[in-house]
Design a binder for this molecule. Structure first.
Ligand code: AMP
Ligand code: MG
Length: 435
């Protein structure tokens, strides 16, 4: 591995791996690789203000502090009659005098005295002295002047929404690093906030390498395959909310590869390539990657996805993180999900938890030997007892993209895990909700 003079932070790869007693680039565990990546990556620091609709899916760049109480006043949660809880009848129904009506969005100056009430609509400000609302459907003999309130239907304080119960002035409404979801932009609107500071989108360039690859629209010559990795990568990066640049297929030619890597580096925060990083690859991809920066070539204890390059390359005074993913279509997706995804989220400044693994019962035996992490494609369903069960999707070759397409989850067989028998518990990662 080539090392560069460490700049400020983060340190060069060599510095990170020299602190690991058991670092072996030819036998790295998934978690070791994830740790090294995490230590080496730094977030992109650049903030822009966008209208809250445009902020959907973006990463919040600052804590959002509530400037108001939400709701701004105590108000009614129901259509009914507002009264003093202490006046509620205990045994027999009581007739109350109706002294006014409170509508949502209008001021109401009625102030109730004993055995008086105000007809009130949902969302209307609670009249002075009232702390309780009895829903309309519990009342009887209602006229404009009086209403009968039965005993035991509500307790004092019921059906009143309190001022500031959602948010109070000065409270952190949303934390920096949050990826904004529909509820979050709604919450911003409830605070009267029209624009939000978000991290600028991460710029990610990707291309495929290999002489056998053909792009769509080209004839499929003997021995060639259509380039599918650029499409799965497009899908995954798009869903992650990156600005993406597709550089197409780059032939296995040193000059073309160098030009592609340089251009990618000068135009993006991160570069994702597929192919050309296997141990026996007789091509130039690895040479050019190594020549342009601080890049480690790993053999990871995982299946699929053993070979991977990771590092940072430099060109024209710019630098970019590099993820050299393997070529096999399933391996590309697995390495993207388990290495690149978390790293890109971290670069985006997102406060994103690691992917959640859920327990499920394997319906079938799965061959597995300890010492590597295996990612099988599975179909998860809920059985009659409400329990999650999973079966593998047929052939699991790393080139069989159909296995990913038919699956609704990935079965993660951990590093130490052994042979799985029918009825054993396994961990699954659901695709739904994943990018
Ligand atoms: P490599 O890692 O370059 O040795 O590629 C491993 C396998 O993945 C080979 O069978 C390649 O043909 C296939 N492959 C590499 N890149 C792509 C791609 N972009 N689309 C589909 N298959 C690919
Ligand atoms: Mg290749």
């Amino acid at each position: 591995m080539k090392s560069l003079t460490p700049s400020a932070s983060p340190s060069c790869l060599q510095e990170i791996v020299s602190c690991l007693s058991d670092y072996d680039p030819d036998a790295l565990s998934v978690s070791q690789a994830q740790n090294i990546i995490r230590q080496f990556i730094a977030p992109v620091q650049s903030v822009e203000k966008v209208a809250i609709r445009q902020a959907l899916g973006r990463v919040l760049a600052k804590d959002m502090i509530s400037g108001i109480d939400v709701p701004a006043h105590d108000n009614s949660a129901m259509d009914g009659y507002a009264l003093r809880g202490s006046d509620l009848p205990v045994t027999d129904p009581l007739i109350f005098r109706v002294i006014g009506t409170a509508y949502a969005g209008r001021a109401c100056d009625s102030a109730v005295a004993a055995n008086e009430c105000v007809r009130i609509m949902t969302g209307a400000v609670m009249p002075v002295g009232c702390d309780t609302v009895i829903p309309q459907e519990f009342t009887v003999d209602a006229t404009d002047a009086t209403v009968t309130i039965p005993a035991g239907k509500v307790h004092p304080g019921d059906n009143r929404r309190l001022k500031g119960e959602d948010l109070t002035t000065g409270q952190v409404a949303l934390k920096k690093g949050k990826i904004l979801r529909p509820a979050d932009i709604g919450l911003l609107a409830s605070l009267g906030v029209a624009e939000a500071p978000v991290q600028r989108r991460l710029r990610v360039v990707f291309f495929s390498t290999g002489d056998e690859l053909r792009s769509l629209g080209e004839p499929l010559d003997t021995g060639c395959v259509y380039d599918s990795n650029r499409y799965t990568l497009y899908g995954m990066l798009q869903r992650l909310g990156c600005d993406i640049i597709d550089m197409g297929v780059i032939k296995d030619d040193p000059a073309e590869l160098e030009a592609a890597f340089r251009s990618a580096c000068e135009n993006a925060d991160a570069i994702i390539t597929s192919g050309g990083v296997s141990v026996g690859a007789a091509d130039y991809t690895k040479q050019i990657m190594a020549m342009l920066g601080d890049v480690a070539f790993w053999t990871i204890g995982m299946r699929p996805g053993r070979p991977m390059a990771f590092g940072k390359i430099h060109s024209g005074g710019k630098s970019a993180y590099l993820f050299g993913l393997p070529g096999n279509p399933v391996a590309v997706m697995v390495t993207f999900y388990f290495f690149a995804r978390q790293a890109l989220l971290y670069m985006m400044g997102a406060d994103a938890a690691p992917l959640p693994l859920l327990p499920a019962i394997s319906k079938t035996a799965i061959r597995k030997r300890p010492g590597r992490t295996e990612y099988q494609r599975g179909v998860l369903s809920i059985n009659q007892d409400g329990q999650a069960e999973v079966v593998v999707t047929g052939s699991q070759g790393s080139g069989i993209l159909r296995s990913m397409s038919e699956a609704n989850c990935m079965i993660v067989l951990h590093h130490e895990q052994n042979q799985i028998l029918p009825g054993d518990q396994v961990s699954v990662l659901l695709f739904e909700g994943l990018i």
